[in-house]
Ligand binder design. Structure first.
Ligand code: NAD
Length: 499
């Protein structure tokens, strides 16, 4: 019998997916069964592809690129297909949101918001497909004219993580397609459904066969085969810094494919005494609890001016206690379960380490019983010192570490005391302070008196060990192109050899 949760039906039996190569569904592989992390019932079965499947997918993408069935179209035609895809996603918004919740456990209201963002990604990339252009040099003298062509880089391998299965996919795919590249995607094994659903939407929108291929399975087998593949021209990887490093090695040992890497973060939220403390506390609570803190840009280090630290932490604790944690299908839920049992254990180990190393839990720090699934209360640690593991390592959970500072320079120095540089947020009503921090803290994305704001128009990516390259926006299309310089002689070329 089907169970209902907040009016939404759990699948009677797990939905079975094949994998998608050259416009066709394939199957017949060993299957991986995924349980809903919030409801503990099996929801999907996906194929464990083999390295031979990866070869087939890359060959299909290669042919679709080389015969120019996609790259050879006018930008306006590519834009048309991306816009139709946006419409297709809009029509399936509820269905996609449901599978995101079932496999990933994110609250339904959040999943819907993310899908709206995904639609915007396709629309933005459609505009970029029409506007993509090179450059010209009319200043090389009357006899020489120069042009810079932007050409798609070729076949792209795309490896995505489990925390934002559809959102991270859609922050990459339309921009890759806008450039004229073809691709092979490998989603995280636990959250493959919506990447596979997109295959049908793209095909219905008119994307030529072979331009978008999906192989599912483990990172060790399928992901590794993609990173090493000699026929992939560029790999876009989003995930942990450790696996990002292995992508660098695999590229070096194979064909030196270009890499785009979006990796971990230990992002600061810096609060000055002159900030609107209510606003800043709301942002700090949101920044660490959104997506259960399983977010590359989670603000996991609170850096607050000592003169208001105690007051601020009190306001923050009050707010964090009010966060609604529970069944993700409840429209009121703000924070769902932890996505995997492994990640649940990792977070709980960090909480234990923080306590053992002497930091003080101001709120949270415990598991919550919500009937089924694994839930952790949003947690605030105070008295954190720079050498503690909760100060330095990415926890990827709802655990916030608080530091105190006395001067602007000290705040900047604490913020920069990390190997990461993904995102940062600063709170002050003083423009000099806010701008100085923005210019001196090394991070790829910055928010002033706000947090996690912005759309697909602007680029995303990290400084330092948070990654290489940029996704989204015009830069996110250009990332998948390469420049070709062309010189044209328009007069008689003067001869090298005397006649
Ligand atoms: P992960 O690195 O373990 O896995 C990410 C993807 O890589 C998955 O599809 C996985 O199957 C694949 N993979 C695993 N081993 C591989 C290998 N040897 N070769 C090729 N592919 C391999 O990360 P995760 O556990 O899925 O996600 C959590 C981590 O991702 C966090 O630690 C966080 O730092 C990072 N993350 C970063 C961003 C960002 O935008 N910067 C976004 C989400 C997650």
């Amino acid at each position: 019998m089907q169970e209902m949760t907040y009016g939404i039906t759990l699948p009677e039996k797990p939905r079975e997916f094949g994998f998608f190569i050259n416009g066709e569904w394939r199957g017949g592989r060993e299957m991986y069964e995924r349980d809903s992390p919030s409801h503990d019932v099996p929801v999907t079965r996906t194929s464990r592809c083999t390295p031979e499947d990866v070869n087939d997918a890359v060959a299909a993408a290669r042919l679709a690129f080389d015969d120019r069935r996609w790259a050879g179209l006018p930008g306006s035609a590519r834009a048309g297909i991306l816009l139709k895809t946006a419409e297709g996603i809009r029509q399936q918004r509820e269905e996609i949101a449901r599978w995101e919740v079932l496999e990933n456990r994110k609250p339904i209201s959040q999943a819907r918001g993310e899908i709206d963002h995904c639609i915007a990604c396709f629309e933005t990339a459609a505009g970029a497909a029409r506007l993509l252009h090179g450059d010209s040099f009319n200043n090389l003298g009357d006899n020489l004219f120069g042009m810079v062509l932007r050409e798609p880089i070729g076949v792209v391998g795309l490896i995505t993580p489990w925390n934002f299965p559809f959102l991270i996919l859609c922050e990459r795919v339309p921009f890759i397609l806008a450039s004229g590249c073809t691709l092979v995607v490998k989603p995280a094994e636990v959250t493959s459904a919506t990447t596979l659903i997109l295959a049908d939407i793209l095909a219905e929108a008119g994307l030529p066969a072979g331009a978008y291929n999906v192989v599912t399975g483990t990172g060790r087998t399928v992901g590794q085969a993609l990173t090493e593949h000699p026929d992939i021209d560029m790999l876009s990887f989003t995930g942990s810094t450790a696996v990002g490093r292995s992508c660098v090695h695999a590229s070096g040992d194979s064909n030196l494919k270009k890499l785009g890497l979006e990796l971990g973060g230990k992002n600061p939220i810096i609060v000055f005494a002159d900030a609107d403390l209510e606003d800043a506390a709301d942002a700090a609570a949101f920044g660490i609890s959104f997506n259960t803190g399983q977010c590359c840009v989670s603000s996991s280090r609170l850096i607050v001016e000592r003169s208001v630290a105690e007051k601020f932490e009190k306001i923050l604790v009050d707010k964090m206690k009010k966060i609604r944690v529970g069944d993700p299908f409840d429209p009121e839920t703000q924070v769902g379960a932890i996505t995997t049992t492994g990640q649940n254990e990792t977070i709980l180990n960090y909480i234990a380490k923080g306590k053992a190393e002497g930091a003080k839990v101001l709120t949270g720090g415990e598991v919550l019983d919500c009937g089924s699934g694994r839930y952790i209360a949003p947690t605030l640690f105070s008295g954190v010192t720079p050498s503690m593991s909760i100060a330095r390592e990415e926890i990827f959970g709802p655990v916030l570490s608080s530091f105190h500072f006395d001067s602007l320079n000290e705040a900047i120095s604490i913020a920069n005391d990390t190997v990461y540089g993904l995102a940062a947020s600063v709170w002050s009503k003083n423009i000099d302070k806010a701008l100085t921090v923005t210019r001196r803290v090394r991070a790829g994305r910055f928010w002033v008196n706000t947090i996690m704001a912005g759309g697909p128009e602007t680029p995303t990516g990290g400084f330092k060990q948070s990654g290489w390259g940029r996704e989204t926006g015009i830069l996110g299309v250009e990332e998948y192109t390469q420049a070709k310089s062309v010189h044209i002689e328009t007069g008689g070329r003067s001869h090298w050899i005397a006649s």
